[in-house]
Write a protein that binds this ligand. Sequence first.
Ligand code: IMP
Length: 434
Amino acid sequence: MPAVVVVGGQWGDEGKGRIVDLLARKARVVARYSAGNNAGHTIVNELGEFKLHLVPAGIFYTEKTCVIGNGVAIDPEVLLGEISQLESRGIDTSKLAVSARAQVVMPWHRLIDRLDEERRGADAIGTTGKGIGPCFTDKVARRGIRIVDLLEPEDLLARMRAVVDYQNAVITGVYGGEPIDFDECFEQYQEFGQRLRPFVADTQALVVEALHSGEYVLLEGAQGSLLDLDHGTYEYVTSSVPSSTAGGATLGVGIGPTDVQRAIGVFKSYCTRVGNGPFPTELFGEMADKLRDHGKEFGRGEYGTTTGRPRRIGWLDTVAARYSVGFNGLSALALTRLDVLDGLPALKLCTAYEIDGEMVKTMPASPSALRRAKPVYEELPGWSEPTSGVRNFDDLPAEAQVYIRRVESLLGVPVDLISVGPEREQAIIVNPIF
Ligand code: IMP
C-alpha cells in the first residue's frame, strides 16, 4: 500500500493536525517527517483538547504506530513532557517510535536562536525561539547530535567534546552571550537519553515494513509549505532539512518517491501567517480582528499554538496557493475553518498580483517585489447561515458551494474535505481520500 502525505499549503497553522486526526483512522502508521517543536497542533476529540508539538496526531488511536522520523529535530525535554502529559490523561504512548537518527535540539540551539534574533533587530525573522534553525544548521554542518548519541554516555561525551567548544566560541565571541556549562548539559542530556530509550526504534525499517505488508502510512507535515527553504518566502522561512513540503516527506522517514501515492494539501479558507515576511493579502483593522477572534472565547481564535502570538490574517491568496499545489504535487485539498467565514457579507479571493503596473500570476522570488505586490481580488457573495452543523456538501449555503468550487477551479485540484469546526465530526467528506 502506498503512503499518503498531508502538508500545510500556506504559511502554517492550516489545521493539519485536525485533518491527520481524521485520516489516521485508515492508516497503520502515522509519521512526522520534518521540523521540530516549532510546530504545534491543537486536536479536539472525545478525550478533550490536546496541544501537540512533536508527537504525531495519530497517537489518539491506540492501534496505530506513531513515528517521529529521522527528519525531525527533537527537543528531548519537550518530547518527554508531551509523553508524560499524554500518559497522565490516559493516552497509551507505547506505540510511539522515535528515530535513532533524528537530530537533537541542544541548549545552545535555543540560546543561539534567541541571540541571533536579537542581533538581527528590526530584521528579525520572528522565529518561534525553539532552536530549530540552529539545530538544522548544525545538522547540515555535520556538527549535530543525534538521538542515538544520547543513548550511550561515551558517545555523547565524545560528540559534545567535538562541538561544545565551537558553540561556546560562537555564543561568547559572536553574540556576547553566556557559555553553556558542559557538565550540567552532559548530565541532563544523558538522562534524557535513558528516559527516551524505550521509544527509540529503527523507524525507517518500521515504515518500509508497513508499506510492504500492504498498510497505509500517513506522513504528517509540519509548518506550511510557503515556509520552505527553497520555495518559501526566503529569508522569512523555517530551516527544516528535510523540508516540510511533500517532497521532504520521503527523506524524513526513509522511503522513496514511488512509495507516495497522494499528497493532500491543507489550506485555510483564508490565510494566516505568524512571524515576519511578505504577506500580500494581509488584512488590518476591523476585518482582521473579526476573523482572528472568531471562536476566541472557545480558545479557537487565530493565536499561535506554540507561541500564543496573534496570527496575521488575510484573504485566500490563490497565486501563492497555486504555486504550493505545483511544488507539492498536490492531488487534493482539505479546506479548513470554513465556518470562520460565516456571516461575512462578501468574500475576496486574490487571483493575481499587480506589481509595478504589471499583472503577475506566479509567485515572485524577490521579497521586495512581493512587498510591492497589490492583490487583485475577485469578490464573491458571502452567506449568513452557520455552516458548523453541516455534514454534506450539498447542504452548505449555495454561496459557500460557489466559493469552494471557485477555489477548486483556480487551483486546478479538487477539495476532498472541508472542516467546519474543531470537533472530529465537524467535517464534510466531499470525496473519500482513502
Ligand atoms: P522557526 O521555525 O522557529 O525558525 O521560525 C521561522 C519562521 O517560521 C517564523 O516566521 C515562524 O513564525 C514560522 N513558523 C515556524 N513554525 C511555525 C508553525 O508551526 N506555524 C506557523 N509558523 C511557523
